[in-house]
Each structure stands twice: as C-alpha cells, then as structure tokens.
Design a protein around this ligand. Sequence first.
Ligand code: NAD
Ligand code: WQD
Length: 416
Amino acid sequence: MLFPAGSWPTDQEDYPAEAPVTTLDLADILDSGLPNPTIQKPKADTTSAAWTLLDEHQRNRAADASLRSRIADRNLMSRTILVTGGAGYIGSHTVVALLERGHDVVIVDNLSNSSPKAIDAIEAITGRSVVFHEVDLTDFEALGTVFEQHPIEAVVHFAGLKAVGESVEKPLWYYRTNLVSTMNLLEQMAAHDVWELVFSSSATVYGDPEVLPIPETAKTSTTNPYGHTKLIIEEICRDLAASDKRWSFSLLRYFNPIGAHRSGELGEDPRGIPNNLVPYVMQVAVGRRDQLEVFGGDWDTHDGSGVRDYIHVVDLAMGHLAALENLEPGCEPFNLGTGTGSSVLEIIKTTENVTGASIPYEIVGRRDGDISTSLADPTKANEKLDWRADRSLDVMLADSWNWQSKHPMGFDDQAE
Ligand code: NAD
Ligand code: WQD
C-alpha cells in the first residue's frame, strides 16, 4: 500500500500545532525553504507521491497562516466563542482553528453523536485547554447557566441532527432537536447580550439545483425534514436581523465536507453504517466493509455517477474563522465549497491511489432523493470573506485515510 496505517509522513509543525498565530506571515514560512527542515522524512515504504502531497500540505499550511495573518491584521482581539456541537466532526476541526487563532472556546455538546475523546484530541493538537459543558441545547435552563458562567461574545452553532433518511423516519425528533435548540440558543444569546452567530447551514437548501455552479441567489427548496430545519433556521435568522439591528448572522452553506485533521487524531466517526460516501469508502479501504454500492450509473454526468463538491474539513474550519471575523449586522448566506466537482467513480479511483487498497464496488439503483450534481459557486465567500478552499481531492482523501487507518473503529478504539 502506498500509505499503510501509520506510515503517513508527519509534519512536526502541524502536530502539536503551532502556537496561536497573530502575526505569522506567508513570507516567513516560504523563506524557511521547502521542504521545511522540520519535516520528518516519509517512512521507507512511502513513495515520491508522499512528498508531492507533503509539498501541497506545506502550501496549504502557508495559505492557512496567511489567512490567519490577514485576519490578525484587521482585528487583533481574542474573544470567547461558544461552539455548539464542538465535539462533532466539523465543530471539532473548527475549535482547533479558533484556538490556533488565539480565541478562547467554550463547547456545548450533548455527545449524542460524538465522543469526549474528540475534546482530548483538540487539546493535544493545540496544546490549549477548552471548556466543555455536556448540555443538551433543548434544555433552556442548562444552556442559560453556560452563558452565565462565561463571557461569551459570539457563537458558532453546529449542534443538531443531520441524517437525511433518519429525518424522514423521525421528523418530530428532527424538528424538536434542530429548531428548539436553535430557538433556545437565540433567546439565551439575546438575554445575555450576545448578537453574533455563525450558523451551519447546508447545500441541501438548494434542493435539485437549476443552475450550476450554484450561487447564493439560487432558488432554495428542500425535500426532507432535515433540509426543512435548515431553511426554517435561515428564515428565523433573517427575521431576527430585520427586527433588531444588533444581530449579525452568517449562514454557511457547506457542500460536501470530507478529510480530517492532518495529525490523524481528529476525523469523522459516524455511528452505525455511514450514510455518506467517503466514510463508507474509507471503511471499505480499512476492511470494515466488503464493498461499496454506487447509487446510480446513469446520471447525466461525465461518467454516469453522481458529482459533488467535496471540501476539506480544515478548509471548512478556516471558512468559519473568516466568517466570524467578517460578521456584519444583518444576515448573509455564504457557499463554502471549492467550485470543483468529483464523481463517485473518481472518489473510488483516487482513494485507491492514495491508500493502495482496492475498493470493490457495484453500481446499483439511484438512492431516493439523490440529485445528479451539486457544485458551489464560492465567489462570494472568496471575495467577501477573503477565504478560499484550496486543498486538493488527493489531500482530502489522504487525510481521511490517515485518520481511518490510525483509528479503524473511530474514537472508540483509542483506549487499546
Ligand atoms: P456531527 O454530528 O459530527 O456534529 C454535531 C454535534 O452536535 C455532535 O457532536 C452532537 O453530539 C451534537 N448535538 C446534536 N444534538 C445536540 C443537542 N440537542 N444539544 C447539544 N449537542 C447536540 O455533525 P457534523 O457533520 O459535524 O455537522 C455539524 C453541522 O453541520 C450540523 O448542523 C450539520 O447539519 C451541518 N452540516 C453537515 C454536513 C456534513 O456533511 N457533515 C453538511 C452540511 C451541513
Ligand atoms: C455523495 C454521492 C451519492 C453513499 C448528504 C446530505 C446533505 C449534506 C451532505 C448535511 C452521491 C453517492 C453515497 C454510498 C454512493 N449533509 N453515494 N454510495 O448526498 O451529496 O449529501 O451529505 O447537510 O444534506 O444529503 O452526500 O456523501 O451521501 O453522497 O454512491 O454508499 O455519493 O449517491 O452521488 P450528499 P453523500
């Protein structure tokens, strides 16, 4: 295998991560020369492809540092940020980005779909501590005590349920969890004089899009309770912003987040059978599942399989940082995607290339509710947030594999 378990070349600068950055300059990093002398050599059984990915990783790190630096130039203030759902997949990566930026973080999570080990990993990666409250956001009083205990200045809101199929089976549970949680949060924010919110929305609000790539101005529509909760919350935020000029909302419409932290210590850890493509493919690669079912080979795409805009979760995390630092009164949606599409068959092929594992698959019928193609137009976020998702599909899948191969059973295997 190209990168067998544990063989992924590591970068000492990245894990443990650098100290909080306020003034780091792109030039400082590039001046140090490539390959950076602090980088360990790939182990013997890796190939030149590992070096190619490592070079790209250097560029990615430089781009992240440059973004942090540009943000720091504008606003040197470190703040206390409440992150709901901060133990989850995207939340945990975003907490790392916030801590590395120098913010203090308070996490609220009920651990219904995450592990406390994610919080340990955040602290190990950043070398900083994080405040954690195991609280359910549907509990209004308990949430209020969190606001009373900490000088919260802004909120990034990830907490919620996210499985489309499950939402069709259990709509009331989805409406209660996602809507009641958000309304409790907004009421507690107003009661404690906190007016800035970055919200995890989704490309699912575009339904089956009429225009590709999809701009934020595209028509919105959804076909399932999960998607409805995202659209309803977007409307609630819009109405609040119109009612009181103190509110600032950023609605981040994520496309398809994949990948993992470079250290391989944080990543996506779905419970049960994965609903999403890449976690499933990784479980085939690591031997937990026999083969992948490809849902449809007759879509109107270049190879007949579905096309999506996959985005590295660390690029996505940096998008939250950029959104938070650029919040303005009102309510603005932003697409967070790369603008580049990849098909299911391309995901399979690239995974085989970076893992060396074979991914057996069978093309079966289309999945209910699927669409042919989803592709972001990220121009607005590129321009207004000064943010761009640059990590390649190779790096996304190599990082997913690094996490999966180090932790074949997810966080639960770490006690061994
Ligand atoms: P995740 O399940 O890993 O994270 C969500 C976290 O919220 C979990 O840690 C869970 O324990 C917590 N949580 C759930 N209900 C809660 C409650 N009532 N009170 C407190 N905590 C609660 O999911 P993720 O992939 O990290 O997604 C984060 C957000 O991004 C979600 O709102 C999701 O809808 C949205 N989103 C995800 C994707 C994706 O593909 N992963 C795409 C678009 C949007
Ligand atoms: C990607 C492609 C499938 C699994 C979903 C939600 C969306 C958002 C992200 C939260 C499609 C194909 C998949 C498999 C396959 N989540 N596929 N075999 O459907 O774009 O989006 O997750 O907001 O709301 O709907 O992502 O990863 O499920 O599928 O062939 O076993 O992979 O048909 O073409 P999707 P996905």
